[in-house]
Design a protein around this ligand. Structure first.
Ligand code: XIL
Length: 426
């Protein structure tokens, strides 16, 4: 059987200006490098055209002259040797207003070499995002952004028990099914989230008077139904979410209180029985830097592994902010190493960095995101890099905190450039 050619990889750049050249590293084994754009050179005219020079690896590949502020569609493809390439695009205007011109909607398109393991010189780390049930995320600029800039999705809320199992045995799969099928139709990976958590639980679970055996049966039915329903469509799950309190003790969730600490190994066992091929994660926050919670999590996963519990990895949520001291990259790397030593895969599962919205903090934010991306690239155990929200409009931290990789008008922020560069670096 001949494998279908891999889909092209598209770097979408919403806007470039004459202020600074744009430099992008293409890391994929590509057959051709293409450029398509809807360019509009505001302020330019026949006498003062905008010159756009595209060079790959310092060799000039094409020069385009834009003479009007009418939108012009351009497209070109050039062969490319396999390997990493640096693309530089610079604009220079004529005089006056054209000197400060911008080009909108530029897309760099790589056609991958058939049979190449796409993409990456070292290895491919999918960049994924949380995905809500809002139809807005599938159409227009948001939809384009998801399709062109992300490799996977995690349903942000749609798989949570409160929305899916509203009464015992009554399941609502419409919304999560729609998200999963949408992602899969575009060739994106889907990460299931979360099976067992202390919150966003239905009232009938929280208010029930449960014996240990009864609540175990509830948990078993829920896990089995979800994992079976998505078998073949969802290849990895957050089985346990946020099991620890800040001091590293077991969080007194209803599951822990009624079933006891065994709810954790039981959940992994039942998820594994429902889909033996799925990768199973324990997802936690504030355990990625030295401290009690980190130590407790390392001890917990070590114990699970020793007891042959089918756990594959640790998810690092990474809800960060710039009020806290900057992340110490060496500490982050060491913490990740502890999980890896305990036999775990790791992922960044919900990264966002809250800022005050200022341009200055967008730069600092890029540094914080880049630290996580570099640490992920530094170990083969890191399997996915997920940010919590497609763009600043969609972030649960609020539009004003500008916590994601793309701004409110879907323009890549410094953080996106920094994350792409770190994930693509060899
Ligand atoms: C958040 C969602 O982003 C919000 O829309 C919702 O109101 C609350 O939950 N840790 C998790 C995620 O594991 O599921 C949470 O998502 C954020 C914290």
């Amino acid at each position: 059987m001949i494998a279908p050619p891999p889909p092209p990889v598209i770097h979408q750049i919403k806007q470039i200006t004459t202020a600074a050249p744009l430099v992008v590293t293409l890391s994929h084994r590509a057959a051709t490098f293409g450029l398509t754009m809807n360019a509009k050179a505001a302020g330019c005219n026949r006498d003062h055209p905008l010159k756009m020079v595209v060079s790959v690896d310092k060799k000039q590949l094409m020069t385009v002259r834009l003479k009007s502020s009418k939108t012009r569609a351009l497209s070109a493809d050039r062969p490319l040797k396999p390997g990493r390439h640096k693309v530089r695009i610079s604009l220079s205007g004529g005089r006056r207003r054209c000197a400060r011109a911008t080009v909108d909607e530029l897309r760099l398109k790589l056609t991958l070499v058939p049979g190449a393991t796409p993409p990456g010189p070292k290895r491919f780390i999918p960049l994924a995002t949380a995905f809500t049930s809002s139809p807005a995320e599938r159409v227009g600029a948001s939809g384009d952004l998801f399709r062109t800039s992300f490799d996977g999705l995690t349903p942000e809320n749609a798989m949570k028990m409160t929305y899916v199992e509203t009464a015992r045995g009554t399941y609502h799969f419409e919304t999560p099914d729609a998200i999963v099928d949408y992602g899969r139709a575009l060739g994106k990976s889907v990460h299931g989230h979360p099976l067992v958590w202390h919150t966003q639980l239905p009232g009938w679970v929280l208010r029930g008077k449960w014996s240990r055996g009864d609540l175990e049966a509830v948990m078993h039915e829920w896990i089995n139904t979800m994992v079976t329903h998505y078998k073949g469509r969802v290849s990895e799950w957050d089985v346990i979410n946020e099991p620890l309190s800040d001091d590293g003790t077991l969080r007194p969730s209803i599951w822990a209180q009624v079933i006891g600490p065994d709810y954790i190994p039981l959940a992994f066992k039942w998820a594994h029985e429902a889909d033996p091929t799925a990768k199973l994660y324990l997802n936690e926050y504030d355990a990625e830097l030295p401290g009690k919670k980190h130590d407790a999590l390392v001890a917990l996963v070590t114990k699970l592994r020793k007891a042959d519990v089918p756990i594959d990895g640790v998810g690092i949520q990474g809800h960060w902010n710039l009020q806290a001291p900057p992340i110490n990259e060496a500490d982050l790397r060491a913490a990740v190493r502890d999980f890896v030593k305990a036999g775990m895969l790791i992922q960044f599962t919900e990264l966002d960095v809250v800022t005050d919205g200022s341009a200055l903090q967008q730069i600092t934010q890029a540094d914080e995101f880049a630290k996580a991306a570099r640490v992920c690239q530094s170990t083969t155990a890191c399997t996915r890099f997920t940010v919590w929200g497609l763009d600043d409009n969609m972030s649960w931290r609020g539009v004003g905190s500008a916590a994601t990789l793309f701004d409110r008008s879907y323009t890549p922020k410094p953080a996106f450039i920094a994350v792409r560069a770190a994930l693509d670096a060899g």
